[in-house]
Design a protein around this ligand. Structure first.
Ligand SMILES: [Cu+2]
Length: 299
């Protein structure tokens, strides 16, 4: 795999849950639409070890780890390659090594899984949320759906099984997918979006730091009340910061009890810094997973 990157000064922090309920919103109406900047070419083919070099100032409060480092607290993410093919599914092998340098094989289950894996392109398109399975030797394989050309950031979110107070870590690296990236401008902030016939609205005025956000799900104007548990929650929220792809997690605050979730979802949002965030809210109904996405502006 690759040479270790320079250690990052981050203090962990943050954590938490990657899985959360969501919806956000926008009371922020007056949000200013912001065109996406040209994506920075983060990938260095063949040198994934150099990937985690995004700016690391943790913005605000609580010291957020922002998921941009390849190494933290002695744990390191390594990918078998720094380049993945365009336009067709690919299998990415990776490992998480621990402070002793050996691949970690003992992970605590959180949100029903040992490891949560995300992929997003620099322009915050192409979101994938996967749950790879590990081999006995600590090698993981993520089966990615077809990727468009460009620089992609890949995140592994896990909890080393080192005791009751083990902290969640999010490590990431970038890989390059060859070809013309054709970046897509970030959509303007919006308070609602529709996916698969469901309308998701966010009610809150997100500000940097920890705040409560409330989302509602409706269908044809009627409240939806048959959300099914997905990863131990009625929704899973992931948000990526425009410009640097920092990953934020939101914590679900609703108790799960059968297939009766909705229409309201409440979660504690920890969006560590201002700016535009692309939010992906995943929820399940009738055995099918839906992913609503919208841009949320945080003051
Ligand atoms: Cu997950």
């Amino acid at each position: 795999m690759t040479a270790p990157p320079p250690a990052r000064p981050f203090r962990r922090g943050w954590l938490l849950a990657s899985c959360l309920p969501v919806l956000l919103v926008l009371g922020m109406a007056a949000s200013v639409p912001s065109p996406a900047p040209a994506p920075a070419p983060g990938g260095m083919p063949g040198m994934p070890g150099m990937a985690g070099t995004a700016a690391g100032t943790a913005g605000a409060l609580q010291s957020p780890g922002r998921g941009l480092a390849a190494e933290q607290d002695g744990y390191r993410l390594d990918t078998a390659t720094g380049e993945l093919p365009a336009g067709r599914p690919s299998a990415l092998r990776f490992t998480v090594t621990g402070p002793d340098g050996a691949p970690v094989t003992d992970f605590a289950v959180h949100q029903t899984r040992k490891l949560h894996f995300y992929a997003i392109r620099t322009d915050l398109t192409g979101f994938q949320h996967l749950h790879p399975d590990p081999a006995e030797d600590g090698t993981w394989t993520a089966d990615l759906a077809a990727l468009a050309p460009g620089s992609w950031r890949l995140y592994a979110d896990f909890v080393p099984n080192t005791g009751p107070h083990a902290a969640e870590l999010v490590l990431s690296r970038t890989v390059t997918v060859p070809g013309d990236p054709a970046p897509v401008p970030l959509p303007a902030p919006a308070g609602t979006t529709t996916v698969d016939g469901y309308t998701v609205a966010l009610h809150a005025r997100p500000m940097a730091g920890a705040h409560q956000l409330v989302a509602t799900v409706s269908q044809g104007g009627r409240p939806v009340t048959d959300l099914q548990p997905y990863l131990d929650s009625y929704a899973h929220l992931s948000a990526f910061h425009e410009g640097d792809q920092a990953l934020a997690h939101l914590h679900p605050a609703d108790a799960v009890n059968g297939d009766h979730g909705g229409p309201t979802l409440t979660f504690q949002a920890l969006l560590p810094e201002p700016g535009d965030w692309r939010v992906f809210l995943q929820f399940q109904t009738v055995g099918r997973l839906h992913t609503a996405e919208l841009t949320l502006h945080v003051d």
